[in-house]
Write a protein that binds this ligand. Sequence first.
Ligand code: SF4
Length: 744
Amino acid sequence: MSVTRRQFIQIGGAALGGGAIASGLASRWWGLDRNRVEDPGTDGDRVVASYCELCFWGCGVLAHVKDGRVTKITGNPDHPLSRGMLCPRGAGATGLLYDPDRLKKPLIRRQKRGEDVFEEVSWDAALNRVGEGLLEVKRKYGPESVALFSHGSGGTWWKQFMKAWGSPNIGAPSYAQCRGPREAGYLLTYGTPLGSPEPIDIANARVITLIGSHLGENMHNTQVQELAEAVGKGAQLVVVDPRYSVAAGKARYWLPIKPGTDIALLLAWMNVMLEEKRYDAEYLEKYAAGLDDLKAHVADKTPEWAYPITGIRPELIRETARFIAAARPASLIHPGRHTTWYGDDTQRARAMAILAALLGSWGRRGGYVAHNKMGLPPFPGVKPPPHGAKGVADKPKTGGYPIAGEVIASGLCDASVPGHALYDLKAWLVYGCNVMQALPNRKQTTEAIQHLDFIATIDVLPAEICGWSDVVLPECSYLEREDDIAAPAYKRPFLALRQEVVPPLYDSKPGWWMAKELAGKVGLAEYFPWKDAREYVDARLRAGGHDVAKVRETGVVLGKQVATCEEEGLPIQLETESKKIELRSEELAKLGFDPIPQYYPQEEGPPGHFRLLMGRTPTHTFGRTVNNRLLAEPYPENEVWVNAEVARSLPGFDQPLQNGERVFLVNQDGARSGPVKAKVTERIRGDCVFLVHGWGQKAKKLGYAYGRGGSDTELVTRYKVDPIMGGTGMNVNFVRIEPAGRSA
Ligand code: SF4
């Protein structure tokens, strides 16, 4: 059954305004504040295929161009991730392209870091300054003392630069601040991390359990389309969330769990499935190790045990356990994405992975399926970069993060603070990620930056980190540049092309050009032996035997459809040392951690405080899109969700808190947000509040977003480090609510 656009938008939270952008761009000019962003929404004379970068997902787009301007962006029907449709953010990419606040010229700092006073300079002057800054650090401390923070597909060029430079210190907040615990949990259980896009078969699942995932607000296009398709075929949802999310609104069961107690619920579900023999015994016999240990471990973790912990009634725990088990193996426990909550997150991910094993869903249709990559030869004759010394992830601050699969971005920050046990970093390159908001503990980030010998930032917009940099290099948006070929592992392997749709605006440049020029200035030209990115990409395509002209027309190369699950003839393969699903992890036992997940209570907040939870809205990718005038139309600023009952009797309020009234949030350490609107609602528990991440921008040059909404980053003054992989659990902060005046 195909998914209609309407179904997609319904699932994607049209009630929150998400659908308005996707469907309503046509024939409009958006006039907002001091500038207008043109969005005719009409067909162009020319259509260029590329792939989107309004988030990392990488959907295929068709960009229409008329009279030199991009007039409309639609989904590429040939691209497996977009399947002809885009999410609201992707459709609103011209809001980034024509953002009046874009960085327009290279900048060199002329006042103290953080004062945001710069001089516009030529590219030659800017790159000379970056080259000198880096070489000086290299001379004094060695190449490993430079770190790269990177996010997005354009980071490829900078990673190549850093590897050639000789530093392994390349980190992305998307690991230790987001998906890392999940990767570690599944690695320990099945022997392989999940990666992106997650290898799950939503479309064929009969029951989909979302535990802390607000898919539909978290708008990963293909997954939302598949969710709509599954629901269209009769799939049922079980949603575990303290908040009545968009997905909860479509669910057969909503379990409004007390935040921080998910492991208890997962253990109780296992208890019911094992006690009532609702698990896949044959599958576990064949593929798993440690079943007896698991049975003994959860024998006393009954629904009655879990009830006072989670707040979920025992009969509802039993009923949902039976419901989830009845659909096995096509019963999908969605692994989630932003998984850094409480510092015990690898163990929670392990519990989810073990539950999936009881359902026999790993390697099966409607569960976890195999993804494959399409290979492509490297550029002919390119010199492989030297290997640097070990990165700071290998010498962590508190006894080791033994299962960390990638460099810990917050560890790079730690390693830049004098006096810290890891201290050895002296310079940063920051590509496409505003570390002021992406890293926890902004105070420490600021301190680290103040001690650096040199910092340069490459970005499209004047994000806050630019104001703290010595040099700012303005990159053009994805619609104005070529990048490396995308070749992610997927159900059907594919290659996708990023192509320049229109020439770079202002004096911005593509990342490949900057990295290549800079390499030339610091003696690394041999690692960038191609004329430009187009020559680089075309040579790789030709070496792979592809028809370059055809690929440039369609934007995509589809690989062979291969078997992805047991039902299609693919045997179940496990990459753990035991070659079994490790229900009990011997590796964790050896390292001194619980071999089977255990529930430990989380600390409660001070009286009168509410746990601060963070998440997404369908029209935004955190701080990356908050200045986009098109995407601001349906969602101009974030609000703090406050339970309606709680709102009636908040201390310090002489009358009930009203919907739309502005409040301040003040955390347990006295940190304050700016004034933020309250969304008074029955759709959230009374012991927590919720904010969409990315708002409350402090960068004054973001003409639209500056000062709008509330910043959760300001309120995250504490975090709990996951001792297994180094993730930073940030849901450990509590806020009280103060009135900020009665005018909304
Ligand atoms: Fe672009 Fe949306 Fe796809 Fe992300 S999910 S790549 S923003 S269309």
